[in-house]
Design a binder for this molecule. Structure first.
Ligand code: NAP
Length: 282
């Protein structure tokens, strides 16, 4: 197929690598000449430039820009697209992106490949990033079955695990397993920094090991990521934070009242409750 990718960063680059290797014709759109040169040199795309007319032959266009730009990019490229083209995105939040994009292109189909790396940009792009990772597609009631089939076949080319769901369900689910953990982990770091004794704080920092490394990792990541989650998934994130506050208050209460058997039950429930979230997938 003829594929267009707008935004040759980490995710756009990884898509380009895998789809090119699968024999698709890939055209990349980037704002900087240097990015286009690099993408061509590495064989990530077969054509690249900043002129939207390059997208005229594309049958499927992936918008791989930051979430804030997706709606405006769809609006900007719309006049240059084949009327039959399917436009999709890779943004980590779905409902607001679909609301911003679909008015400009009725054949817009939301998507979210759930794989990433700590680094951003085309330099970090690599093959097989999406292999065996979830790829969520959020069709609307009017999505033509044929469009969905085309996107499904590209997801199969990426060797991802396909999930179909409603955009709001997607946003609530990622709030639980991705966006809440970032806020909890960031709050953990803030709480530790409240230790008033400088010597004790230094001691805690010196003693911190794998447990602290695991639980603080996502909260110690790039601020832009957490900010994006809070801005674009605000309602869902607030729901999860309210539930988390209730859970913390419950634990505090059990310890306060020295209700050790109830605390043990609570910890047993979390021990077993964790398993379905982390069980190996087929
Ligand atoms: P990235 O490496 O920073 O790439 C973003 C790219 O978008 C950059 O190449 C940037 O180009 C380009 N861009 C920005 N505004 C643009 C515009 N108006 N027109 C054309 N290109 C534009 O970021 P990323 O990690 O690939 O993220 C891209 C998308 O993937 C986001 O929507 C994010 O939610 C989603 N996503 C990310 C991950 C992850 O873990 N990273 C995982 C799943 C989904 P310049 O170099 O010119 O600025």
């Amino acid at each position: 197929m003829e594929i267009g990718i707008v935004g040759l960063g980490l995710i756009g680059g990884c898509l380009g690598i895998d789809l090119s290797r699968r024999g698709h014709g890939v055209t990349g759109i980037a704002r900087h000449e240097e990015t286009c040169r690099q993408a061509l040199e590495r064989g990530i795309v077969q054509r690249a430039g900043s002129d939207f007319r390059l997208l005229g032959a594309a049958e499927v266009v992936f918008i791989c820009t930051p979430i804030a730009q997706i709606g405006a990019v769809v609006e900007a490229i719309a006049p240059y697209l084949d009327p039959e083209a399917i436009v999709t995105d890779v943004g980590s939040v779905k409902a607001p992106v679909i609301a911003a994009a679909r008015p400009h292109w009725p054949r817009f189909l939301g998507g979210h490949p759930m794989a990433g790396k700590a680094e951003a940009g085309l330099e970090a792009a690599e093959a097989h990033l999406f292999r065996q990772r979830p790829y969520v597609i959020t069709p609307g009631p009017d999505t033509p079955a044929a469009d969905l089939d085309i996107l499904k076949s590209l997801v199969a080319d990426l060797e991802s695990r396909l999930y179909l769901c409603d955009p709001t369900d997607h946003d609530q689910a990622v709030a639980w397993i991705s966006h809440l953990p970032v806020m909890v982990s960031s709050s953990l770091i803030h709480a530790c920094l409240q230790e008033p004794e400088a010597d004790r704080l230094r001691l805690a920092q010196a003693l911190a090991s794998s447990g602290f490394r695991d639980t603080s990792r996502v909260g110690g990541g790039p601020p832009e990521l957490g900010l994006m989650m809070a801005r674009y998934n605000r309602e869902a994130l607030l729901n999860t934070l309210a539930a988390y506050q209730r859970a913390i208050a419950q634990v505090s209460q059990l310890i306060q009242t020295e209700d050790w058997s109830a605390l043990e039950r609570h910890l047993q429930e979390s021990q077993t409750g964790r398993l379905p979230f982390v069980a190996p997938r087929e």
